[in-house]
Design a protein. Structure first.
Length: 237
C-alpha cells in the first residue's frame, strides 16, 4: 500500500491498463472485465482488477500530465511489481492523416520535461524515450490480427495543455512528431527505471489540422477499438 493507492500487493495484476480518466477506468471495468473488483479509490483514482478471457488484468486511472502518471505508474512498477503497463489515452493530431478516432501506437515519446533525469534515468540527447520493443511488436501484431490499421509514430509529451507555442512549431521540436499528449514520456521513463514494459496507445480525440474535437462523453466511451487492442495485447503477455 502507498499513500496514493490502498490496494494490497496481490490486488494488482501483472498487466495494467492505464487510461487518464478514472471514470474511463470504471467504464472499461464494467464493460470489458469479468468479475471486476474495485481495489483502490484514494483521491477517486479508481483501480479495478478482473478477468478478460481468463487473464487477470487491472485497469487504473493515471490522471492528467507527467507528474500524475509519474506517481501512479512508478508505484505500480516499484511497489506492486507490475510487469507491463499499457497506457490507453487520447491525443491531438498534428498531421492531416490522423482523423478523429484513429489509433496511434506510440513507439517513441519526445518531451522537454526533466522527469526522466529527476528519477535517475538519463535522458538521451534527442530527448526521445522508446516503447518496450517486445511489447511494441506484440501490440503491432495484435492490431493486424484484429484487422486494425493504427498509425505507429512519435508523439510529443508536454507539460502545458494550454500551450502558447503554435502547434506547427511544436511539431518541429523533434523530427517525425505526429501527435501530442501529456503522459507517455513519464511512463516510458518509469518502465526503463524499473526494467519493465510499457507502451502508449492513443485515440485521436482532437485534430489541430481540421479543428475537430470529441466531447467529454465521447472521450469516455468511444475508444472501443483502442481498449480491445490493449486487452487483446495483454492476454498474450
Amino acid at each position: 500500500m502507498t499513500i496514493h493507492n490502498k490496494a494490497k500487493k496481490n490486488d494488482i495484476a501483472k498487466v495494467v491498463l492505464m487510461p487518464g480518466d478514472p471514470l474511463r477506468a470504471k467504464w472499461i471495468a464494467k464493460n470489458y472485465l469479468k468479475s471486476p473488483r474495485l481495489v483502490n479509490d484514494v483521491r477517486n483514482m479508481y483501480c479495478y482488477t478482473g478477468f478478460y478471457k481468463n487473464t487477470r488484468v487491472t485497469v487504473m486511472g493515471s490522471g492528467m500530465g507527467i507528474p500524475s502518471i509519474g506517481i501512479y505508474s512508478y508505484e505500480l512498477f516499484k511497489v506492486y511489481q507490475v510487469k507491463t503497463i499499457i497506457r490507453i489515452g487520447s491525443a491531438g493530431g498534428f498531421v492531416k492523416d490522423l482523423k478523429l478516432g484513429d489509433i496511434v501506437i506510440t513507439d517513441k515519446a519526445y518531451s522537454k520535461s526533466n522527469y526522466a533525469n529527476d528519477i535517475g534515468v538519463k535522458t538521451p540527447l534527442d530527448r526521445v524515450l522508446q516503447a518496450s520493443p517486445t511489447l511494441l511488436k506484440t501490440c503491432t501484431n495484435t492490431a493486424k490480427k484484429l484487422q486494425l490499421t493504427p498509425h505507429i509514430g512519435k508523439i510529443l509529451s508536454e507539460d502545458a495543455f494550454y500551450s502558447a507555442i503554435p502547434w506547427q512549431k511544436r511539431m518541429q521540436f523533434s523530427p517525425g512528431i505526429i501527435a501530442v499528449e501529456m503522459e507517455a514520456f513519464a511512463l516510458y521513463a518509469n518502465a526503463i527505471k524499473a526494467k519493465a514494459n510499457a507502451i502508449s496507445l492513443l485515440t485521436i480525440s482532437d485534430s489541430f489540422v481540421s479543428k475537430k474535437t470529441m466531447s467529454a462523453i465521447e472521450r469516455q466511451t468511444s475508444f472501443k477499438q483502442m481498449v480491445t487492442l490493449a486487452l487483446e495485447t495483454a492476454i498474450q503477455l
